[in-house]
Design a protein around this ligand. Structure first.
Ligand SMILES: Nc1ncnc2c1ncn2[C@@H]1O[C@H](COP(=O)(O)OP(=O)(O)OP(=O)(O)O)[C@@H](O)[C@H]1O
Ligand SMILES: [Mg+2]
Length: 274
């Protein structure tokens, strides 16, 4: 199984069982990303190919580099080397704002909510709607009713129960915070939505809600990258899976071509010896 474990970007060219070569349907092509944090090689040849309107699962053991890859695409981490193409164009995001403007929305593993703000403020965060009319525009009056309505709708969409959208999020449970972050991504993600373990803190019902949202985004032609350790969720919603090990992409498969054990083999490296 040497082809699966190559450290080179050849993974993307190995198209017999993968998503094939990048073409006009590719919204994101990350090739051979590398990132060191001091002596730690968080990324050591990470590649990813995401097509328009597909759900890609990103799997790998703890510390494999999944979050660092997502952060590199989101402009939070600047890779030491490698290439990122968005809709075929080479991009180097200098910060998260650049990625947001390119329609790339991210739910981070640590969620990145502002504790002192309310739930609906967190959903908007820098994108607050201004009231209609000349006065609203002149004084940049924030349209709080619209914020509450839109945030409420997004949360209802995932079946999340948030006691009050006006309260600060500091007192919210882990699951409520996660639901809020997913609602924000769903509302704003127009091109690519990346979700770093979006169901980790959620109950069964809320997890189902998030999986439904992922399917809904896909049906709107949004591309979704979902980091997950949950094979059941991956088999339920993903079209393809990319597996990382020790900072490298070690395989990319169509979900229809694999069973759980194949993925586990890639994650652990077991497929090399079997
Ligand atoms: N800012 C940082 N400074 C130093 N080391 C880091 C930093 N970010 C990540 N690392 C290291 O890089 C490696 C990859 O981390 P990363 O968070 O990307 O893994 P992961 O695949 O998301 O793991 P998990 O499944 O546990 O979330 C780890 O060894 C981690 O300790
Ligand atoms: Mg992580």
């Amino acid at each position: 199984m040497n082809g699966d474990t190559a450290a080179s970007p050849a993974t993307l060219q190995d198209d017999a069982r993968s998503g094939g070569r990048p073409d006009s349907t590719s919204v994101l092509v990350a090739t051979d990303l590398r990132k060191n944090f001091g002596a730690v090689a968080a990324l050591a040849g990470a590649s990813l190919h995401l097509r328009r309107g597909e759900v890609m699962a990103l799997m790998g053991d703890n510390g494999a580099g999944k979050s660092t890859l997502v952060k590199s695409i989101a402009g939070v981490v600047v890779p030491d080397s490698g290439e990122i193409l968005i809709n075929g164009e080479p991009r180097r995001f200098a910060g998260p704002g650049d990625a947001l403007r390119a329609g790339i929305e991210t739910v981070y593993q640590d969620l990145a909510l502002v504790d002192s703000m309310s739930a609906s403020e967190n959903v908007f965060l820098g994108r607050e709607p201004v009231k209609a009319g000349p006065l609203g525009r002149l004084f940049k009056l924030v349209d709080r009713r619209r914020m509450a309505d839109d945030a409420g709708q997004a949360l209802a969409g995932i079946g999340a129960k948030i006691p009050s959208l006006a309260d600060s999020v500091s007192a919210m449970s882990g699951g409520q915070r996660q639901a809020l972050a997913v609602a924000r991504a769903m509302l704003w993600g127009k091109n690519i939505v990346m979700l770093d373990e979006p169901t980790a803190a959620l109950g069964v019902q809320e997890s189902e809600g998030v999986l439904e949202i992922i399917s809904a985004l896909k049906s709107q032609d949004v591309s979704v990258l979902m980091i997950s350790h949950n094979l059941e969720h991956v088999f339920k919603v993903a079209d393809r899976v990319t597996v990382m090990r020790q900072g490298r992409t070690v395989g990319e498969r169509h979900i229809r071509d694999v069973v759980a054990n194949d993925i586990v083999g890639l994650i652990t490296g077991g497929s090399e010896v079997s």
